[in-house]
Ligand binder design. Sequence first.
Ligand SMILES: [Zn+2]
Length: 213
Amino acid sequence: MKTYLFHKISDDYSDSWTVSNTFFREFIKKKVESGITFISESEVSKKHICNDENIALLHFDDGYTLNRKSYDYLIQLKIPFTVFIVAGLMGDWNRWDFSKELPVFSLMDVNEIKEMNSVENVTIASHTMSHTSLVTLEERRVFTELKRSKDVLENLLEQEVKYISYPYGDYNQISLENSKKAGYSRAYVVELRNSVKQGLELFGMVRDEIREN
Ligand SMILES: [Zn+2]
């Protein structure tokens, strides 16, 4: 199983975390034509994770409003996908990029998130409360970032939130253990930067970050 990760899709702006609409649609088209089936998080089984090369997940981190057109495109094609929401910044903007002097991008608000969640095969998941790198925090705060974001989203959506992706893909043993402790079923990273202990494999699931350049 492969997991493809996108952040922003836009024709008006370009950086390492942004791909154009044309690139995105071509990417999806090529995957489908090559026999890849996109499935939703709830359809993932052990068999898929271990060795099914024709199965893929589609992920969007951060929950940018400007991806709306791309989400609608996928919904139209009935392609499942997952959006990882920064639960403490709903309806706000990418505050974590502030110090890097990056442009401001709005994040989906509670109504947009609820609406997306009501679409079949769209999964809303957590991307922590504040988008702070978990490896910079003491364990008590790591747990809070994981657990509170889960609680906030569950209260909003009135259903269980089972998946999380770590901001910047940063994680260590404490992040993995606390994701399990907070009650998640799976946690996603970008690449394996640290070893993942036996028994915690589902909390360090690797994704392919898709870049245009
Ligand atoms: Zn992020």
